[in-house]
Design a protein around this ligand. Sequence first.
Ligand SMILES: NC(=O)c1ccc[n+]([C@@H]2O[C@H](COP(=O)([O-])OP(=O)(O)OC[C@H]3O[C@@H](n4cnc5c(N)ncnc54)[C@H](O)[C@@H]3O)[C@@H](O)[C@H]2O)c1
Length: 344
Amino acid sequence: MRKIKTGIVGLGRLGKVHATNVVNYVSQLDLIAACSVVEEELQYASLNLGVEKTYESFEEMIDQADIEAVIIVSPSSLHTKQIEYAFKKGKHVFCEKPIGLEVKEIEQVEEFIEKRKDQVFMLGFMRRFDESYQYAKEMVDRGDIGEITLVRCYGIDPSSGLPSFVQFAKNSHSGGLFIDMAIHDIDLVRWFTGQEIKEVYAIGNNFAYPELAEYGDTETGAALMKLSNDAIAILVSGRNAAHGYHVETEIIGTKGMLRVAQEPEKNLVTIFDEKGVRRPCSEHFPERFKQAFINELIEFAKCIIERQVPGVSAKDGLESTKVALACTKSFETGKLVALEDEAK
Ligand SMILES: NC(=O)c1ccc[n+]([C@@H]2O[C@H](COP(=O)([O-])OP(=O)(O)OC[C@H]3O[C@@H](n4cnc5c(N)ncnc54)[C@H](O)[C@@H]3O)[C@@H](O)[C@H]2O)c1
């Protein structure tokens, strides 16, 4: 079997998950290089994952390591620069969401990617690789629920993750709640409906965690959206779900309705104890989307080996970021934002 020599940049919250997945579950990728600015993370990669070469500089890793592909899991503000650098040096690139934080930079990098058809670029919208979302998508595409009239999404991080979110907002220039968190739901809305989003009105608050505001983040946000065909989307995003990691999606059609993870259950166990009868909940994103994170990297490798174009493109990254930025603007100005006006 052909193995693709691969490097990874970023070994933080998600980088470690991707690196461990590559080593344990993605046999087509061979993780031989890793880059981080944190020395302990590099030691972890060498000692625990058997990574041969470690680097503190991304450019050095790309220039010196004998790799064909790179997985980018660095802070979002670095993505476009790193994609372009790696692509220029002929590497296949898998990049975490969001593709970038600035529309101009993303447009430039998208144009660049489009010109190099022999290299694979894939964006990490992992929910598209989750079994339940794929099941729902097949039903939607078969027309089982008719024409979609409304999509409602909840994407709320667990309260237990607050210290890491504050750190993340502080260090990583995440872009704020809409671009960091709601972007997954924006992608789902585009994916399920096949429509673009044309108007957004977003609001938010920081009741539980005012400290997030200091770093330009928001604890709870909601957005109402009008799609190109006048269908509706309603998004709720947050950082404060007391019960765990709450990701839920409802798709209402003219002939029926689907709900994915109405209660984000951890497994099939029901607990009967002094608190009553209850079901445990997914605790965080690596747990809820464990298999989806693996599946997307298997797909990345398959696209390289079989010379296929991945289903999640730079354009998906661009369009979702435009919508997320429009939400941020609407939240900040208190006004409805038309995407058409933003393009002028
Ligand atoms: N798909 C998802 O659900 C999901 C979940 C979490 C994070 N993410 C995305 O993954 C990315 C990383 O997030 P995280 O939570 O793991 O961040 P993190 O802050 O935990 O880790 C960042 C990593 O990047 C490295 N880094 C920072 N600056 C660098 C530089 N100049 N050169 C090389 N390496 C550098 C750090 O050493 C660290 O290893 C973000 O873009 C985030 O949006 C996606």
